[in-house]
Design a protein around this ligand. Structure first.
Ligand code: CO
Ligand code: ZN
Length: 332
């Protein structure tokens, strides 16, 4: 299987901040509808696609929402104040380009601040290049959400762009849907909504599906950059099998099956103990009486910035692990 740059570029360039996933949902639906048996969009906006099989009912979750900035106020000169949708850093946001769903462009700027380390989102504004409030109001409304303007770059081994969190997970799920022809397990691929504001879509979709087990696919950090906090995950060293983050201790039996499948198929892997953050499995594993859950993580530098970075080999190894795992006769 080849690395599909076109698919990933289209995924990261399609608008879809938390709560406004319609465009990205429609894009993904178009990619997968010919490869699945059933497809529905639930009331929270989760896209749920089933590939029928007779084995275990497996939920595969990749979140399709991305972080964004929501307009809170428009001043007399047409400058926009904003709040965060998900984890948005002031320093990372400064001087970045943004784009609204209707295509309106802007940049993020700041009031004069003496100590840059004290920069807060409340001292910042979006400049959309208009002359006054009236012109601004003809382009954007209070409550509209913009995202970092996507700029896709890659070299032979690496991709750098915004929104790899978690369009890279969506990419892997889509490629797995296309690759698996005769599923032995009963597969429910869920492109979840509103992960970045607290794994909200994962909660309702897991309740509906009531899976036997769940695998999430999401980015994790990396500990391989200068003076990084100690973290035994790095780019180019393989897919990462999560042991824990702040939302979950992954199920040891499922984790061991994932490790065994990786070993048996010569897939390079790393074990991930993340001391912050969480993902959809954190919500799913607490559904009803509990759902044994694991996570396939993609080692990523600079998460929640405009220049997130992944290794293409790690992505392909994560995809391979997912496919082999789903094709495995899982005894639980
Ligand atoms: Co995130
Ligand atoms: Zn994520």
């Amino acid at each position: 299987m080849e690395f599909n740059s076109k698919l990933l570029e289209e995924l990261v360039k399609t608008y879809g901040p938390s709560g406004n996933e319609t465009r990205i949902c429609n894009y993904i639906k178009g990619q997968i509808e010919n490869y699945v048996d059933e497809i529905i969009i639930d009331s929270l906006g989760n896209l749920i696609a089933r590939k029928k099989g007779n084995g275990k009912k497996i939920m595969i979750a990749a979140h399709m929402d991305q972080i964004g900035l929501m307009v809170t106020d428009i001043d007399d000169n047409g400058f926009l104040r904003f709040t965060n949708i998900g984890g948005v850093s002031p320093l990372v946001s400064l001087h970045q380009h943004v784009i609204f769903e209707n295509g309106v462009l802007g940049i993020i700027a700041k009031e004069p601040v003496e100590d840059i380390s004290k920069l807060r989102l409340s001292n910042m504004y979006i400049d959309i290049g208009v002359k006054d409030k009236k012109e601004a109001e003809s382009l954007v409304n209070i409550g509209d959400v913009c995202v970092y303007l996507p700029h896709y770059c890659e070299n032979e081994n690496t991709v750098f762009t915004s929104a790899l969190d978690d369009r890279i997970g969506c990419y892997i799920a889509i490629e797995a849907i296309k690759a698996i022809e005769n599923p032995i397990n009963d597969l429910y691929f869920v492109f979840t909504a509103q992960e970045e504001v607290g794994t909200r879509g994962a909660k309702t979709s897991a309740y509906r599906i009531d899976p036997d087990i769940c695998i999430s696919i999401d980015v994790t950090g990396s500990g391989d950059t200068p003076k990084a906090k100690t973290f035994a995950v790095g780019l180019g060293k393989g897919t990462a099998i999560k042991v824990k983050d702040q939302s979950i201790l992954t199920h040891p039996k499922l984790r061991n099956i994932m490790i065994e499948v990786a070993k048996n198929n010569n897939i390079p892997y790393q074990l991930e103990v993340l001391e912050y953050g969480g993902t959809d499995s954190g919500a799913v594993h607490l559904t009803k009486e509990g759902v044994p859950s694991g996570v396939i993580s993609i080692p990523t530098r600079y998460v929640h910035s405009t220049t997130e970075m992944v290794s293409k080999n790690d992505v392909m190894n994560s995809l391979k692990l997912l496919i082999k795992l789903l094709e495995h006769n899982i005894e639980f």
